[in-house]
Design a binder for this molecule. Sequence first.
Ligand code: NAP
Length: 245
Amino acid sequence: MTGRSVIVTGGSRGLGAGLVASFLASGDRVSSCSRSRTDNVDRWESDPDTKDRFLHRDVDLSDRDAVQTFVRDVVATYGRVDVLINNAGVAQEGVLATMGDAETDQVIDLNLRGTLAMTKAVVRRMFAQGDGGRIINISSVVGLSGYRGLAVYSATKAALDGMTRALARELGSRMITVNSIAPGYLATEMSHGLTAEELGQIVRRTPAGRLGQPEDVAAAAQFLASPEAGFVSGHVLVIDGGLSA
Ligand code: NAP
């Protein structure tokens, strides 16, 4: 079997689905997980071009045991893991002063604890393989700039960027690169929580004059996963149409 073995967490919809589509198009074997299935998943599982190199499992990433089982399953199916894209994430809007503990915990459990658990499981596998690897963390521009009503989410995204920098140092000698991609506002389900007025304001403040698309981010992920990016590590690559320039 040819192609890299790529894990995309939260590959069922939105940006994750765009990442899965991109790596399937480049001939890779792609494994994805999410709590529920979507038409995308059904299509990739049945399409003759992709069915033998696409794996999906229903996994709640805030469950550490389930994360380990998923990685074991990927290795049993494709033999190895070359690229991990930590994409799954959740946002709960609300000012911190009135935000419920359950909402706070949900965001931290997935965005931070789940991502750390997945990364740990994959890094251990990459150590055993001994020939390097790529880790790409999807953070967010709000981890850099902050956004009213997204304190917990912003904290988790800033934490991911911190993890990226620390792991780049920790894993560099093993030829494992670690980078973050910090997207601006994307036209996915996650931004459906924003009002038309907020979205209009974001588009007006964005020099490119539009929201981002999954393809904008997938192109950057392809670069970071490519052999040409082997000397690029510890970066936070902002993909936001110039919004934060
Ligand atoms: P989305 O459309 O809400 O998709 C999120 C994906 O994560 C889905 O596949 C979802 O599937 C999965 N997921 C959610 N909770 C999960 C859990 N507990 N366990 C496993 N999978 C889970 O979000 P998106 O807009 O594509 O965002 C993708 C990433 O980009 C996130 O990390 C987000 O923070 C980041 N980002 C988004 C934007 C934006 O404007 N949209 C901007 C900057 C950064 P299930 O719900 O079925 O589990």
